[in-house]
Write a protein that binds this ligand. Structure first.
Ligand code: SF4
Length: 499
């Protein structure tokens, strides 16, 4: 298959994104939407098009169980209508009963983008004001800056123990010149993603654009690594230490008690590969591991950092295949689940979590994610913060907003006559996107009407843009009024804007 890079800025069609699903294992949102009690309009209209494990959150929502939503904003400029999608996603999850977190990624802006602290303070304030103006409830939710959140910093430090330079290098293209603070900001971002779970595991969703998926994958991976071990997944890695050995030994006991007829055996790859066998790895087990590594090499996979998890009497052909598949799909995580007990994967994971928490671990659930399409720039191409005409800032003078919509490119035909005859190309029209993503709000009928009138040739671009421009102007006026109201109340909120 063609390789798809996670930089879909240039492409806005769902079919392009679909390739991305196949390669990275993101699910289509369609497959899950029925499980969401009252889907948001961005879900209903396919703007939110993909997910990783969102079922976990949808289930919690249906059962009135706790869940959380978190997303971060890098304060490098003014918030614009593209960011509004994420604001809306956070706010909606909060309204559905979730614990909501909005964070300002100031460390990242400072280290990766080189913004001064003064600039960051100003932008941070603007992001928070827009989030509040759009409906975020600060009494119920959490707003914070990375740099002043001590718990996040502590968690980042813990997670840093589980990540290493070569791994970050591979994901983020770091090299010998990359500064240490940049790496620190990446690990802080991982801590942000897991932060909603520091007081106890709960389903968490991170609404992001698809370009952010590598962060999500790394966070999911780290969440598993700080778990110490699973039950169907006894943990073995190059990095295990005495603590893990003790936990693995205990897992053996637990399992042996529960399944007296099974011979439980755990292979500790670290010990085996380093020639140390104190943790009770048997020769058979060692042989199993040897064959695993050989199979991997034969399949052209280099087990550079194998985390082989095996609880099995005899690792089978299928297990090897599962392992290879895991490598193919995740690239960096080399693990295989070999279920030899009558536990479902969920039950086993739940059990593992309980044991991990009993031992002072976090018991994190893998964070889940939803992915939204990027908005097309008003001038065509991608919407970019650095090209003012391509986007509408939430701080734009409402009249400028009006003008920008009026000068936007459209999916219209060259003449009115042709438009009446063939219809407009709403699917390629940035103005239609404005209707679908923002201007129609919750009103599906209105969005559908615009679409149908456009493709049916009843709608001409001049009038259509005029209507959109007026709606945009109204939206900005109203939004900015609400921002002002919040501005007056901002000091009463416990948010730290001065670095
Ligand atoms: Fe776009 Fe409206 Fe023209 Fe259709 S009629 S192409 S939606 S501007």
């Amino acid at each position: 298959a063609d390789s798809v890079t996670l930089d879909p800025w240039g492409s806005s069609t769902v079919s392009d994104y679909k390739k991305l699903f196949d390669q990275f294992g993101i699910g289509t949102f369609d497959e899950i939407i029925e499980e969401v009690p009252t889907p948001h309009y961005l879900m209903r209209r396919g703007v939110i098009f993909g997910h990783r494990d969102y079922r976990d959150v949808a289930t919690a929502m249906r059962n009135d169980d706790p869940f959380a939503v978190l997303s971060g904003f890098m304060p490098t400029g003014d918030p614009h209508i593209g960011h509004k999608l994420v604001f809306d996603e956070i706010i909606w999850h909060q309204q559905q009963g979730g614990d909501a977190y909005g964070l300002i990624a100031d460390l990242e802006a400072h280290s990766a983008r080189g913004l001064s602290w003064d600039e960051i303070d100003e932008h941070a304030r603007n992001y928070i004001l827009s989030l509040l103006a759009l409906g975020f409830d600060p009494e119920e939710g959490n707003l914070y800056r990375q740099s002043t959140n001590r718990e996040v910093q502590d968690l980042a430090f813990e997670l840093g123990i589980e990540a290493n330079f070569s791994e970050l290098g591979a994901i983020y293209d770091f090299d010998g010149e990359t500064d240490v603070s940049h790496m620190q900001s990446v690990i802080t971002q991982m801590a942000d993603i897991l932060y909603p779970q520091v007081d106890g595991p709960k389903p968490t969703v991170i609404p992001v654009g698809p370009d952010q998926d590598p962060h999500v994958r790394l966070a999911r991976d780290l969440a598993a690594r700080v778990q110490y071990f699973g039950v169907t997944e006894a943990y073995a890695s190059f990095e295990t230490g005495p603590k893990e050995h003790a936990l693995v030994a205990e897992a053996h006991e637990t399992l042996s008690d529960r399944h007296p007829d099974e011979t439980v055996r755990c292979v500790d790859a670290a010990n085996h590969l380093e020639g140390k066998r104190e943790s009770g790895a048997t020769d058979d087990a060692a042989t199993t591991l040897d064959s695993t590594v050989t199979m991997l090499r034969e399949a052209g996979k280099e087990p550079l950092r194998p985390r082989v998890r095996i609880v099995d009497r005899n690792a089978t052909e299928e297990a090897f295949e599962a392992l290879i598949e895991a490598i193919d799909s995740e690239k960096r995580v080399y693990d295989a689940h070999i279920d030899t007990f009558d536990l479902t994967h969920e039950e086993a994971t739940e059990l593992a979590r309980e044991v991990a928490i009993d031992h002072g671990g976090y018991g994190f659930r893998a964070p889940t994610s939803i992915y939204h399409r990027f908005m097309t720039g008003l001038t065509g191409g991608k919407m970019s913060s650095s090209v003012p005409a391509s986007h509408i800032s939430l701080l734009d003078d409402p009249e400028d907003g009006y003008d920008k919509v009026k000068s936007a490119t459209t999916g219209g035909r060259s003449t009115a006559e042709e438009q009446r005859e063939k219809g407009g190309k709403a699917d390629e029209c940035p103005v239609y996107e404005l209707y679908a993503y923002l201007l129609s709000g919750d009103d599906d009928e209105f969005a559908t009407e615009v679409y149908e009138e456009c493709v049916g040739g009843e709608r001409l671009c001049g009038g259509c843009k005029e209507e959109a421009a007026e709606l945009m102007q109204e939206f900005l006026e109203e939004h900015q009024e609400k921002r002002e109201e919040w501005e007056a109340k901002l000091d009463d909120l416990d948010i730290d804007f001065d670095s």
